[in-house]
Design a protein around this ligand. Sequence first.
Ligand SMILES: [Zn+2]
Length: 302
Amino acid sequence: MSENIMTACEEDMRLINGFSRRELSADEVYVFPLVLCDNEIDRDCERFSVKTLETLAELFVGKTGIFDHDAKGKNQTARIFTAEVVTDSSRMTRAGEPYTCISAKAYIMRTDSNSDLIKEIEGGIKKEVSVSCSIKRRICSICGNDKNKSTCSHAKGSYYSGKLCSDILTDAADAYEWSFVAVPAQPNAGITKSLGAASENEQISQLKRDIDLREAEISKAKRELTASITRLGQFCVPAYDPQTIGEICSKMSISELLAFKKRTQKLAKPERPVSVLSTAYSDNETKERRAKSPFALGKKTN
Ligand SMILES: [Zn+2]
């Protein structure tokens, strides 16, 4: 990597001085190039769209870099001062697109406290970069569905008609930070994606939708069980009161309702009228309650 290290040119210094509090000279700063992220399918089977990379390239300009995602101020020493999207048409991604990445330049101050870091960058030790950004949409590469809003039948990492399904990260909302990491998360730029506020909100919304859906399914199952219990109840209890049965059912869990239904089915014979209320209890309790029940007919229980 050391052969790629650039000395700050006039244009660099113009851009850098756009961010600094005072006019800096070229020998005060150390400039280095870095690849922030690309459009290759990563190990999470996700990839940035080229349009998203273009937005991110703009958003990352001016953002400070930290080391190993340690957000302490003392480590926020490097800043990106320029970034552009670069395409290598001779290289194709696994999705069959020309390889495209965000190529950026950052600077750090040549201070005593940064000298070790500069040596590590020059030596290629700190060459992996990860980015943290917020992405609004996750598009299914097979059908175009926005997975943050609804589900589709395609699973990322699976093949459909020979095509690898991946989530296309689309619509960058914000770029937060970038950092050097000791262990690369990905083979190329070493990207890890930390999802920001917009995506988190989307994820929470999706979870809420899933919970609502599940609750609706449970309610439906409860309604159906209650209906069949009240229907069967008329064969168990002479003084049959569907409203009371319904009220009792409304306080039961699915498994209690299932047990209740099972017992009610067993008892639902006109010749054996026993209290349906007892069926939610254990066998011994049931026998006791049946014996006490005004509807019970002697000991003819089994
Ligand atoms: Zn799909």
